[in-house]
Design a protein around this ligand. Structure first.
Ligand SMILES: NC(=O)c1ccc[n+]([C@@H]2O[C@H](COP(=O)([O-])OP(=O)(O)OC[C@H]3O[C@@H](n4cnc5c(N)ncnc54)[C@H](OP(=O)(O)O)[C@@H]3O)[C@@H](O)[C@H]2O)c1
Length: 363
């Protein structure tokens, strides 16, 4: 198969670095361009990152000498060199929106990890196993932008990528009414390591700015449907969330309480999780986990350190399912925040959009 040429915008950051570790040997995607801010532009990648390399594996040799481009001023040049870009930048919402639109208008599809366009109603927010069909809104977006190839597709916030996959198949089968969730989120979610955030060692921080709102609102867009060229968010389930920062490098855990319209048996819940799969599994996409939702019978599982990296860090892990006195059930779930929750989720989304014909090879 002819490979797609890709660029990584924000390549020096935490998510950008994660992209490069995933894409180093990717069977479909070949990284041709690395871009970041003007501070990094013009330098070889290794020098631009300096002591900020935060991955547990060494920086891939093949990227070290690539000269970093300026993500804001080199748009046209970058768009000419690649078939699409991944984007994870630390800019304000308006600046991010403007930057992503510049690439789309230059006929370069954007696979975004940023939150700026998550509520643009003709921009799909895709968890590939769940709402792959939202990609059809891209046609309306291209019409609005006046583009042939260019469009923006986003992935959702990392906090919800454990509990939304666990709840979605249950909703289809039994109707989910109310959800109360507390998340326990890793420091890499803030783009940090313990070296750069020593205050988090032996500590819990009860506040993550904007996270609770995202955790309650974004699931409703994912649950929504495409109507008249827009994604109309669902009116339910009702979500309420508290999000805490905990001293863990990678992996967001969530404690979930759920109330159903038709309460299933425990066996029905487990069967639902075991049997749930989506387009990525049907298409056998390279980044897709073989088993999407894994349930553990042991009381002390899933544990962050033991489970986060399994199946390319793309699987969802659930455990401790039991009846509750106020809700119908409670359980815990876990996903890797920079793999499934960020770069890995965006790579899977890109694979899906290539396989479904939304991204082609440029002539
Ligand atoms: N960390 C996670 O788990 C996670 C999960 C989901 C989504 N996200 C989102 O992903 C994005 C990046 O997060 P991160 O944790 O990777 O942040 P980060 O480590 O702070 O990296 C930010 C990146 O943005 C670049 N940048 C800053 N100003 C820029 C400009 N003016 N033009 C172009 N590039 C610029 C930086 O380049 P320089 O090195 O040159 O400054 C760097 O490459 C954010 O929108 C974040 O919300 C993060």
């Amino acid at each position: 198969m002819e490979k797609y040429n890709v660029g990584v915008i924000g390549a020096t950051g935490m998510v950008g670095q994660r992209f490069l570790t995933i894409l180093e040997n990717h069977p479909w995607f070949d990284v041709k361009v690395l871009a970041a801010s003007g501070r990094s532009a013009g330098k070889p990648y290794a020098e631009a990152v300096g002591d900020r390399w935060a991955m547990k594996t060494p920086m891939p040799e093949k990227f070290k000498d690539i000269i970093v481009k300026d993500a804001e001023t080199d748009v046209d040049e970058i768009a000419k060199e690649v078939d699409f870009v991944f984007c994870a930048v630390n800019l304000s919402k308006d600046e991010t929106k403007a930057l992503e639109q510049k690439y789309a208008l230059a006929e370069c599809p954007v696979m975004s990890n940023n939150s700026a366009n998550r509520f643009t109603d003709d921009v799909p927010m895709i968890i590939p196993e769940i709402n792959a069909d939202h990609a059809k809104v891209i046609e309306a977006q291209r019409k609005r932008l006046g583009t042939k190839r260019g469009f923006i597709s986003v992935k959702s916030n990392c906090s919800l990528q454990s509990y939304v996959p666990a709840l979605y198949p249950l909703d289809k089968a039994f109707g989910v009414k109310d959800v109360l969730v507390c998340t326990y989120q890793a420091i890499s979610g803030a783009g940090k390591t313990f070296e750069r955030w020593p205050e988090m060692i032996d500590n819990v921080n009860p506040y993550i700015g904007g996270e609770e709102e995202k955790s309650e609102k974004e699931p409703l867009k994912i649950w929504g449907e495409v109507k008249d060229g827009k994604i109309v968010p669902a009116a339910r389930p009702n979500f309420t969330a508290q999000c805490l920062r905990v001293p863990v490098t990678d992996g967001h855990m969530a404690a979930v309480f759920v109330r159903f319209e038709n309460k299933p048996t425990k066996e029905q819940v487990l069967a639902c999780w075991k049997n749930f799969s989506g387009r990525p599994q049907a298409l056998d996409l390279p980044m897709a986990p073989k088993q999407f939702i894994n349930y553990y019978e042991e009381n002390d599982m899933p544990q962050t350190k033991l489970c986060r990296d399994l199946d390319k860090g793309m699987a969802i892990h659930t455990g401790r399912l039991r009846e509750d006195t106020q809700y119908d059930y409670k359980f815990v779930c876990l996903s890797h925040n920079t793999l499934r929750g960020a770069a890995g989720g965006a790579v899977l989304m890109a694979e899906l959009l290539c396989a479904e014909g939304y991204i082609d090879h440029k002539e």
